[in-house]
Design a protein around this ligand. Structure first.
Ligand SMILES: [Cu+2]
Length: 154
Protein backbone atom coordinates (compact mmCIF):
# COMPACT_ATOMS: atom_id res chain seq x y z
CA UNK A 1 0.00 0.00 0.00
CA UNK A 2 2.53 2.52 -1.19
CA UNK A 3 0.92 5.83 -1.70
CA UNK A 4 2.01 9.36 -1.07
CA UNK A 5 -1.34 10.82 -2.00
CA UNK A 6 -2.92 11.89 1.26
CA UNK A 7 -4.64 14.92 -0.19
CA UNK A 8 -8.07 13.34 0.04
CA UNK A 9 -7.55 12.45 3.66
CA UNK A 10 -6.22 15.88 4.54
CA UNK A 11 -9.14 17.51 2.80
CA UNK A 12 -11.47 15.29 4.77
CA UNK A 13 -9.83 16.22 8.08
CA UNK A 14 -9.80 19.93 7.30
CA UNK A 15 -13.31 19.76 5.92
CA UNK A 16 -14.60 18.37 9.18
CA UNK A 17 -13.33 21.43 11.04
CA UNK A 18 -14.19 24.15 8.58
CA UNK A 19 -14.81 23.92 4.89
CA UNK A 20 -11.78 25.59 3.36
CA UNK A 21 -12.28 24.10 -0.08
CA UNK A 22 -13.36 26.78 -2.49
CA UNK A 23 -12.25 26.39 -6.07
CA UNK A 24 -12.65 29.80 -7.75
CA UNK A 25 -15.54 28.75 -9.94
CA UNK A 26 -17.45 27.53 -6.87
CA UNK A 27 -17.13 30.67 -4.74
CA UNK A 28 -20.65 31.88 -4.10
CA UNK A 29 -21.55 35.53 -4.09
CA UNK A 30 -21.81 35.55 -0.31
CA UNK A 31 -18.04 35.18 -0.07
CA UNK A 32 -17.93 38.78 -1.20
CA UNK A 33 -20.55 39.99 1.23
CA UNK A 34 -18.51 42.94 2.41
CA UNK A 35 -17.11 46.17 1.06
CA UNK A 36 -13.80 47.54 2.26
CA UNK A 37 -12.94 50.23 3.11
CA UNK A 38 -15.98 51.88 4.55
CA UNK A 39 -16.37 55.61 4.10
CA UNK A 40 -19.13 58.14 4.40
CA UNK A 41 -21.35 58.08 7.44
CA UNK A 42 -20.24 57.18 10.95
CA UNK A 43 -19.90 53.46 11.55
CA UNK A 44 -21.90 51.34 13.94
CA UNK A 45 -19.40 50.65 16.72
CA UNK A 46 -19.44 47.17 18.25
CA UNK A 47 -17.10 46.25 21.10
CA UNK A 48 -15.97 42.65 20.81
CA UNK A 49 -14.68 40.82 23.86
CA UNK A 50 -12.96 37.48 23.41
CA UNK A 51 -12.28 35.11 26.27
CA UNK A 52 -11.88 31.36 26.68
CA UNK A 53 -14.08 30.32 24.91
CA UNK A 54 -16.77 32.75 23.99
CA UNK A 55 -17.37 35.91 22.01
CA UNK A 56 -19.33 38.84 23.38
CA UNK A 57 -20.59 41.73 21.26
CA UNK A 58 -21.56 44.98 22.96
CA UNK A 59 -23.30 47.93 21.36
CA UNK A 60 -22.22 50.98 23.40
CA UNK A 61 -24.68 53.33 21.69
CA UNK A 62 -27.57 51.06 22.71
CA UNK A 63 -26.24 49.55 25.92
CA UNK A 64 -26.95 46.00 24.81
CA UNK A 65 -24.88 42.85 24.64
CA UNK A 66 -25.17 39.73 22.48
CA UNK A 67 -23.33 36.44 22.00
CA UNK A 68 -23.77 36.97 18.23
CA UNK A 69 -22.75 39.83 15.99
CA UNK A 70 -25.82 41.50 14.47
CA UNK A 71 -25.29 44.19 11.85
CA UNK A 72 -27.41 46.01 9.26
CA UNK A 73 -26.70 45.45 5.57
CA UNK A 74 -25.34 48.46 3.74
CA UNK A 75 -23.98 50.38 6.75
CA UNK A 76 -20.36 50.57 7.88
CA UNK A 77 -19.47 48.67 11.04
CA UNK A 78 -16.39 49.15 13.17
CA UNK A 79 -15.41 46.37 15.52
CA UNK A 80 -13.16 47.19 18.46
CA UNK A 81 -11.69 43.96 19.74
CA UNK A 82 -10.01 43.07 23.01
CA UNK A 83 -9.19 39.77 24.71
CA UNK A 84 -9.55 39.10 28.41
CA UNK A 85 -7.06 36.26 28.69
CA UNK A 86 -5.03 34.97 25.75
CA UNK A 87 -4.82 35.90 22.08
CA UNK A 88 -7.90 35.03 20.05
CA UNK A 89 -8.73 35.83 16.44
CA UNK A 90 -12.10 36.74 15.00
CA UNK A 91 -12.48 35.13 11.60
CA UNK A 92 -15.47 35.44 9.28
CA UNK A 93 -14.59 33.09 6.41
CA UNK A 94 -17.46 34.26 4.23
CA UNK A 95 -16.23 37.85 4.51
CA UNK A 96 -12.56 36.96 4.04
CA UNK A 97 -11.92 38.99 7.20
CA UNK A 98 -9.83 38.11 10.23
CA UNK A 99 -8.52 40.20 13.10
CA UNK A 100 -6.64 39.18 16.22
CA UNK A 101 -8.05 40.08 19.63
CA UNK A 102 -5.22 40.85 22.07
CA UNK A 103 -5.07 41.27 25.85
CA UNK A 104 -4.61 44.89 26.98
CA UNK A 105 -4.66 46.28 23.44
CA UNK A 106 -7.52 47.22 21.16
CA UNK A 107 -7.55 46.15 17.55
CA UNK A 108 -10.03 47.26 14.93
CA UNK A 109 -11.86 45.82 11.96
CA UNK A 110 -14.11 47.81 9.64
CA UNK A 111 -16.48 46.51 6.98
CA UNK A 112 -19.84 47.02 5.36
CA UNK A 113 -21.90 43.85 5.00
CA UNK A 114 -23.81 43.85 1.74
CA UNK A 115 -25.84 40.64 1.86
CA UNK A 116 -28.44 39.73 4.51
CA UNK A 117 -27.84 36.28 5.94
CA UNK A 118 -26.01 34.36 8.62
CA UNK A 119 -22.27 33.76 8.44
CA UNK A 120 -20.11 31.70 10.81
CA UNK A 121 -17.54 33.28 13.12
CA UNK A 122 -14.60 31.06 14.01
CA UNK A 123 -11.75 31.66 16.44
CA UNK A 124 -8.64 31.41 14.27
CA UNK A 125 -6.01 31.46 17.01
CA UNK A 126 -5.39 28.35 19.09
CA UNK A 127 -6.47 29.64 22.49
CA UNK A 128 -6.88 26.57 24.71
CA UNK A 129 -8.85 23.34 25.04
CA UNK A 130 -12.14 24.96 24.00
CA UNK A 131 -10.71 26.68 20.94
CA UNK A 132 -12.59 24.47 18.47
CA UNK A 133 -15.96 25.39 19.95
CA UNK A 134 -15.24 29.11 20.18
CA UNK A 135 -17.70 29.99 17.49
CA UNK A 136 -20.49 32.41 16.86
CA UNK A 137 -22.09 33.98 13.81
CA UNK A 138 -22.67 37.26 12.07
CA UNK A 139 -26.33 37.96 11.39
CA UNK A 140 -26.69 40.55 8.63
CA UNK A 141 -30.15 42.09 8.74
CA UNK A 142 -32.08 44.30 6.38
CA UNK A 143 -31.81 47.76 8.00
CA UNK A 144 -35.38 47.80 9.33
CA UNK A 145 -34.97 44.30 10.75
CA UNK A 146 -31.77 45.38 12.50
CA UNK A 147 -33.61 48.29 14.17
CA UNK A 148 -36.27 45.82 15.33
CA UNK A 149 -33.61 43.44 16.67
CA UNK A 150 -32.04 46.30 18.66
CA UNK A 151 -35.40 47.18 20.20
CA UNK A 152 -36.06 43.57 21.14
CA UNK A 153 -32.83 43.42 23.13
CA UNK A 154 -33.92 46.05 25.68
CU1 LIG B 1 -10.23 31.78 20.92
Amino acid sequence: MATNDMSGEVTQILGSVVDIRFPPEAVPETYYAVEIPTEGHAPLVVEVTARQFVWQFEYPASGISSPELHVPAGSPVQLELVAQDVIHSLWVPAFRLKQDALPHTSTFLSFTATTPGEFPIVCAELCGPGHAVMRSRVVVHEPEDFARWLEEQD
